[in-house]
Write a protein that binds this ligand. Structure first.
Ligand code: KG4
Ligand code: ZN
Length: 364
């Protein structure tokens, strides 16, 4: 089955063509075409994603990205792409992210996908961005352009850590979701981005904070900065990151010497605290749920220190739990994971998600 995928939930515009086969036991995905444009540099001057600008950029860039993805798919399948034909690539299904995300941005993708599905004469299904992040952890890259679903052991505990979400969700079976914990305020990625702004690092700052923290850690000099680990002793699996961000703000306000080295120490102390909060709640959730797989997804799953600590937690305390991370090509927002999730729903005869944009839709 060939699936055309459109993802416009935030500040990445992404279009893919995937060839999908198998089912939830053995699915394989071949990337025929994949075009992605990150608007991040345009949002940098606003210090975060500016929804109207995101929408305008999606509208502007979708046609060219679609053309690129189609051209790549034609060359991957050694076919001649004739745009005058109704469906020259034999697309069977169109999938589009309908939530969660920025509603104006989501609507842009949905309207574009509707028009494309009608033009191709194929069905259109809605997909869920967070379901995509979960599936991104459950596939392994099996070749230059192929991904394979590795049959997971259920129950699966998903730790979703992105710019908009910090959630622990339990999957007892495919596509059934139970909320175990979530952030009461900021998402962990948002905290990374806000701390980056306090440190004068450009948006999106999460990776910059991580790099600064890594430099401090490599130096290994003591700095005595310790931030609170929010909610770590509370008897729940909920998170909170806004107090931590405020603690960083006050610390910086009180400091006089803001050398690069000091900033790196602050970044390290912040990352340590955020990491410990993620670990404490994941530990609690693994105990509570007896999950056999921990699937980590979302932009923050790219963080080396968080990955290391989660691996360490698994090795030392949960040796029977398989800990699954996305391949680096799938950690950030992309259309591939969206297409994989939509296809897997389709093959299990689960309905797609609604085709109305819903910015705050939750899986659980
Ligand atoms: O999943 P994603 O690409 O977009 C959303 O769905 O939100 O996640 C983006 C978030 C941003 O907050 C970004 O700063 C953060 O993931 N991020 C990181 C790292 N790479 C991306 N945070 C910490 N360390 C990283 N290496
Ligand atoms: Zn995302």
């Amino acid at each position: 089955m060939r699936v055309l995928v459109i993802e416009t939930s935030c500040d990445e515009t992404a279009v893919s063509v995937l060839e999908c086969s198998g089912d939830t036991l053995n699915a394989e995905f071949r990337v025929l075409g994949n075009a992605l444009y990150s608007q991040a540099h345009l949002h940098a001057e606003y210090g975060g994603v500016f929804p109207t600008l995101a929408k305008r950029e999606h509208i502007k860039n979708l046609p060219a990205l679609l053309a690129t993805a189609f051209r790549e798919a034609a060359s991957a399948t050694a076919s001649i792409y004739d745009s005058r034909k109704q469906n020259p690539l034999g697309i069977d299904l169109v999938a589009v992210t309908s939530g969660p995300g920025l509603e104006p941005a989501l609507w842009t993708g949905i309207e574009f996908a509707k028009a494309e599905a009608a033009r191709l004469g194929v069905p259109l299904v809605g997909a869920d961005h967070m379901e995509g992040h979960i599936i991104s952890a459950l596939v392994t890259k099996s070749g230059d352009t192929t991904y394979k679903l590795t049959l997971p052991d259920f129950p699966i505990l998903a730790l979703l850590i992105s710019g908009g979400h910090t959630e622990l969700i339990l999957m007892r079976e495919w596509f059934s979701y139970e909320l175990i914990g979530r952030t009461k305020d900021d998402a962990v990625g948002e905290a990374f981005d806000k701390v980056a702004r306090l440190l004068d690092f450009p948006y999106p700052g999460g990776p910059k904070v991580a790099e600064a923290a890594a430099r401090a850690r490599a130096r290994g000099t003591a700095h005595g900065i310790v931030f609170p680990r929010p909610l770590i002793h509370e008897q729940s699996c909920d998170f909170s990151f806004s107090g931590l961000k405020t603690a960083v703000r006050y610390k910086l306000r009180d400091m006089h010497d803001l050398s690069d080295e000091t900033k790196e120490h602050v970044a390290e102390a912040f990352e340590d605290a955020a990491r410990d909060a993620l670990i404490a709640k994941t530990r609690r959730a693994l105990h509570e749920t007896n999950a056999l797989t921990l699937a980590v997804g979302g932009g923050v799953s790219a963080n080396t220190e968080v990955r290391r600590a989660l691996q360490d937690l698994g090795t030392k305390e949960f040796p029977d739990v398989h800990i699954a991370f996305p391949h680096p090509s799938l950690t950030g927002d992309n259309a591939l994971m969206i297409g994989m999730a939509a296809y897997l729903r389709h093959t299990t005869e689960k309905d797609g998600h609604p085709l109305e944009a819903n910015g705050s839709r939750s899986l659980a």
